[in-house]
Design a protein around this ligand. Structure first.
Ligand SMILES: *[C@@H]1O[C@H](CO)[C@@H](O)[C@H](O)[C@H]1NC(C)=O
Ligand SMILES: *[C@@H]1O[C@H](CO)[C@@H](O)[C@H](O)[C@H]1NC(C)=O
Length: 292
């Protein structure tokens, strides 16, 4: 009897040992595979980055069609380099292209309107946008607030006025998620969507919106290159020299350089890659239907 019990115990303990050894081996193997996969992915990303931006052996084919007079519409001073840096630099470097900037608020939220306006001018100089091409609105109905939906008619009117005054042929702004779901950003998209639907924009004016990516992709930096490559048709990737220019521009926004923005500067893919979408009437109609 006692012998049987002992042998049972030893049997159980032996198979337990066996099991734990197997689990350990399996875990080790899995971790090894993961490490290999992640390393390969990182190497591919770095290789892609160098191929595109340094060696120039891979080309992003689709480009924004012949931009001559571009208007970038943003909500706050610093949006131009926090989100649109790669796009702006690509445009300002093309000789035939003139870039206008319209900022719909002074960023009064922190009581720093005047300072922030000056910082915007300094930052734009770094990015190659002329002082004379910058307009900063200071409208009581367009407050700098995360939760404030701006009146669409007013925003639309201001933008249309600008498009007509400066004969704009390419309009660039946020998409409906506004990069960070900030309602000020989204309002600009909806205002332009309405202009488009009501066919108020001049025929020759195309609208491009900056694609919002999910949180993981947002802080993936280089690692987002393959994904952007696969999913987006219009993309801008900056060289390391241009990335330094965007950082310099961001540093002009002294009043905004708190620790989390410094982290953002290091890890955000928007400081390295922009992917844009041409705004099509059919897409907007669908968006507006869903949101109504
Ligand atoms: C602008 O971007 C396009 C497409 O990504 C690229 O082919 C072109 O070389 C870029 N131009 C400049 C001046 O960086
Ligand atoms: C914006 O307008 C308000 C009053 O409407 C004024 O107090 C403020 O100084 C203005 N800000 C700038 C940056 O001009």
């Amino acid at each position: 009897m006692s012998l049987g019990f002992e042998s049972l115990v030893s049997l159980v303990s032996a198979s337990w040992k066996n099991l734990t050894v197997r689990v350990q081996e399996y875990t080790k193997e899995t971790v090894e595979h993961l490490i290999v996969a992640v390393s390969v992915y990182i190497i591919v990303c770095v290789f892609l980055y160098l191929s595109i931006s340094r060696w120039k052996i891979i080309h992003f084919k689709k480009d924004v069609k012949n931009p001559h007079r571009v208007l970038l519409v943003i909500a706050h001073p610093d949006d131009e380099c926090m989100f649109f840096g790669p796009t702006v630099l690509n445009f300002t470097k093309q000789n035939q292209c003139k870039v206008f900037l319209m900022c719909l608020s002074t960023g009064q939220n922190y009581g720093l309107g005047k300072t922030r306006k000056q910082e915007l001018y300094k930052s734009c100089r770094m990015l190659g946008i002329d002082d004379s091409c910058i307009t900063v609105c200071n409208h009581t109905n367009l407050p700098d607030q995360m939760g404030a939906k701006w009146p669409i008619e007013l925003v639309a009117k201001l933008i249309l006025n600008h498009v007509e005054t400066y004969s704009i042929d390419t309009l660039v702004t946020f998409d409906k998620h506004g990069v960070s779901y900030h309602l000020n950003h989204c309002s600009i998209y909806y205002a332009i969507a309405h202009l488009s639907i009501e066919k108020k924009l001049p025929k020759e004016c195309s609208v491009y919106v900056l694609e919002t990516v999910n949180l993981l992709r947002k802080y993936w930096l280089l690692l987002d290159i393959p994904v952007s490559f696969l999913l987006s048709r219009i993309r801008y990737l900056v060289t390391s020299a241009d990335r330094a220019i965007i950082h310099k521009a961001m540093k002009q926004h002294q009043s905004q350089l708190v620790w989390f923005r410094r982290l953002y500067m290091l890890f955000s893919r928007y400081m390295l890659i922009n992917s844009l979408q041409l705004m099509e009437l059919s897409d907007i109609e669908l968006d507006l239907e869903i949101d109504d």
